[in-house]
Design a protein around this ligand. Structure first.
Ligand code: NDP
Length: 252
């Protein structure tokens, strides 16, 4: 399987994510290409690179690391990736398929969240699942996947009132906001499963959106930051790339 990653500019967090993806591809024996483009590259040049990778038979997955610099519009770039090579699952065709429950590349972070629940054999049927955050790449797809698995889903966002109270009712709480340790220990229902997607840098240290120290005393299960959803995201990227390779050659 071949994975190509395009990264534009020098954002340090993005550089770290990309080098982790590159390391994992190599470790698995995948063919890996990383295209590091300068900050001032034009939208047209990025599009040309995507078109070239679309028609490259050695490449089964294409990922454009987000965010892109301000002068480049993300949407046309993501839309230019062939849906069958869109291993990030951000193309509208893949997101649309996810919406109707058809087969698609599931966005990697939401997929990783679901895999964690599967790993502990958590039966979501009828459970109260709350997702804090409604982005197109994390919150919304996570909510859809939980709904598909028969949870009763609540989606919260920046205008939600009584957030602590809503969180306290959750059997499963997924937090994807980007605010360090916003969710406190007393927002957690005893025994709940807490999955912390947030990655925040505070004084050079990575912390999640959940106050791990306090929440871990109340939760039944809780995912740490770092070392939780982050590595799962990379794993699911590899799963999607392998799936694309198998689809291309009709492999079981
Ligand atoms: P976005 O900024 O796109 O979305 C954040 C969401 O949080 C929005 O829906 C926003 O609401 C909501 N929000 C903001 N403030 C509050 C608040 N006070 N109370 C409730 N909701 C609030 O972020 P992403 O979804 O892209 O990422 C979320 C976090 O996850 C970030 O820390 C990011 O770094 C991390 N991340 C981690 C990944 C991993 O691999 N582990 C992968 C992707 C992201 P509104 O819509 O109203 O503005």
């Amino acid at each position: 399987p071949g994975l190509a990653v395009i990264i534009v500019g020098e954002d340090p967090a993005s550089q770290t994510y990309v080098s982790n993806k590159e390391k994992t591809s190599k470790k698995l024996g995948f063919y890996s290409e990383v295209h590091r483009l300068p900050e001032e590259v034009s939208q047209e040049e990025v599009l040309q690179m995507v078109h070239r990778l679309n028609s490259d038979d050695n490449i089964h997955g294409i990922l454009v690391q987000l965010p892109l610099p301000k002068h480049i519009q993300e949407e046309p770039i993501i839309h230019a990736i062939l849906p069958e090579k869109d291993v990030d699952g951000f193309h509208p065709v893949n997101l649309g398929n996810l919406m109707i429950g058809a087969q698609s590349y599931i966005p990697c972070t939401p997929h990783g969240v679901i895999k964690m629940l599967e790993y502990i054999n958590y039966d979501l049927k009828g459970k109260n699942a709350t997702v804090v955050g409604r982005s197109n790449i994390v919150g919304k797809p996570v909510a859809l996947l939980l709904l598909e698995r028969h949870a009763t889903v609540t989606i919260c966002h920046s205008r939600t009132q009584n957030l602590p109270e809503i969180c306290r009712r959750a059997d499963v709480l997924v937090v994807a906001v980007g605010r360090p340790e916003m969710v406190k220990g007393d927002w957690i229902k005893p025994g709940a499963v807490v999955i912390d997607v947030g990655i925040n840098s505070v004084d050079g240290k990575l912390v999640g959106d959940v106050d791990f120290e306090a929440a871990s005393k109340v939760a039944g299960y809780i995912s740490p930051v770092p070392g939780g959803v982050g590595p799962m995201t990379i794993t699911m990227l590899m799963v999607n790339t392998l799936q694309s390779f198998k689809n291309k050659y009709n492999l079981k």
